[in-house]
Design a protein around this ligand. Sequence first.
Ligand code: ASP
Length: 343
Amino acid sequence: MTKSRPNILLIYTGGTIGMVKDFETGALRAFDFKNLLDRIPELKQLDCDIETFSFAEPIDSSNMNPKYWVEIAEIIESNYDAFDGFVVLHGSDTMSYTASALSFMLEHLAKPVVFTGSQLPIGDLRTDAKENLITSIHVASLQRYNKPVIKEVTLYFEYKLYRANRTTKINAEHFEAFASLNYPDLVTSGVHLKVNHDYLFKPNLKKSFKVHKVLDVNIALIKLFPGISEGVLQSIFNTPGLKGVVLETYGAGNCTTEQWFFDILKAAISKGIHIVNITQCSGGSVLMGQYQTSEQLKKMGVISGKDITSEAAICKLMYLLGQNVSAKVFKTIYETSLRGEMA
Ligand code: ASP
């Protein structure tokens, strides 16, 4: 049986990558993706077929929200059988959030979903867009025994493919804009594409692909700082309908030991609000109980976010709340790695 070339669906949601500069006025305008192959003839050298789909109104990723996440998930769902891989072009500002959310929403994914973007528009002389785009498509079309090599949601930027839910945008101007401090690169692009097979996510291929579309946004993200006031914290926890909070604590999950602070958390937990402890450090993990300053959190039932990123922590909370996971098992499920998002 001969297998035709892999076919890749390129989904353009917006962001700098899809912009071209009008050479006369200098203004940036959206690029017409229908003419992609004419504008980037290098793509014809790739051993795959490419089709494109664009949001009717491409957006700056600062305007991303869960409704658009569902839209992207539905585009992938309705094209899942027809394509071997998906490349999502997205603004870099909130790319780690969208890509993390999609990693939870797309369960038993057996094909690559590669998010990419760029710091400079595709029409710019010194653009990083072309390399990011070309290599993302290349990575999405990698096959072994006629099956995709990558079977998870990933993010490609500046010569590295990362597990998407391990990434954070770390730089607003360097081409190397993303980092994955707690998980190794999946692919490094040099003269050769080096795939780190041991680190790839291995989904259960016996289960069929499922798309989850309910996300609960009744959550908050609180970053502790020395001097945070009782009033501010109290008012956040008193938000009507609040169901979960991601708490960015210090170092290995430490916090102030002032009594008012613990009282607020205890009251919230007794009302059924889930509290997830993550570290505000870019790398490393929460280890509740290592210091006395986190012992109390452990005792009162705060969930350990271990080494999860803030972006993935937020998305996992929205996802599990949307799944109506029962209170009894919520902590256990949150503390379990579902898509390789935590150790
Ligand atoms: N503000 C843009 C966006 O996130 C920046 C970018 O595309 O990188 O949509």
